[in-house]
Design a protein around this ligand. Structure first.
Ligand SMILES: NC(=O)c1ccc[n+]([C@@H]2O[C@H](COP(=O)([O-])OP(=O)(O)OC[C@H]3O[C@@H](n4cnc5c(N)ncnc54)[C@H](OP(=O)(O)O)[C@@H]3O)[C@@H](O)[C@H]2O)c1
Length: 194
């Protein structure tokens, strides 16, 4: 099945977060993320999970990576704490999965086992001002280098509210058209194409 990674990074320095949140607020970009993951199976790190409002994402099944074997999720019916990638390897046999960060998790998937490398990356780049950064800055330069080397852009740039988004496909991979079509339809709403 298909593995999709989606992020919004700051132009130039690839910062995606600080102090447990994202240091900018662009409503249209946040909506794109929620629309893309809606009804899907999401994988994220424990810190990102705790950054979601009410520790949930509407209509999503969520796999939370944590090394804490006793970690309590907010909704035991459809959120699962997992301590390694074995469970994720099994899930991807049956379902598409959406990698939702943060930096540690993007890097883990983008540079890790071949079987778990995303075939599709939705690369959103924010060019505006950031709020002040805390000591812990999450940045994804390693993932971006991998993107530049191993992926090719298959969409125009969708520009909206200072965010420029595009879809990348891992070189040599083929992906179900319906996965791409759904993402394109979400990104192109109200966007200026470049
Ligand atoms: N702009 C964006 O698109 C975007 C997207 C997502 C997140 N963010 C931001 O990114 C920041 C969080 O990113 P982050 O890199 O600091 O943290 P993270 O990737 O969300 O979570 C890291 C945690 O995941 C767990 N983990 C990592 N590797 C693991 C492995 N191999 N096996 C099991 N568990 C593992 C550990 O949890 P334990 O400590 O519990 O063991 C680790 O502390 C926040 O500021 C968030 O707002 C931004």
């Amino acid at each position: 099945m298909t593995i999709v990674a989606m992020w919004c990074r700051h132009e130039g320095d690839n910062v995606i977060g600080t102090g447990g949140s994202i240091p900018w607020s662009v409503a249209s970009d946040a909506k794109h993320f929620l629309d893309v993951v809606k009804g899907q199976t999401v994988v994220c790190g424990r810190k990102t999970y705790e950054s979601f409002k009410d520790r949930t994402l509407p209509e999503c099944e969520i796999f939370v990576l944590t090394r804490d074997e006793g970690y309590a999720v907010s909704d035991a019916a459809c959120h699962y704490a997992v301590t390694g990638l074995k469970e994720i390897s099994e899930v991807v046999e049956e379902k598409d999965i959406y990698i939702a960060g943060g930096a540690v998790i993007y890097d883990l998937f983008m540079t890790g086992k071949e079987k778990l490398k995303p075939q599709v990356v939705v690369d959103c780049v924010y060019a505006g001002e950031m709020e002040s950064l805390a000591e812990d800055v999450a940045e994804i330069s390693v993932s971006v280098k991998t993107l530049e080397k191993n992926y090719r852009r298959i969409s125009p740039f969708y520009c909206q509210d200072g965010v420029k988004s595009a879809i990348y496909l891992k070189k040599g991979e083929f992906v179900e058209q319906k996965v791409l079509k759904r993402i394109v339809e979400i990104l192109e709403q109200n966007a200026v194409l470049a």
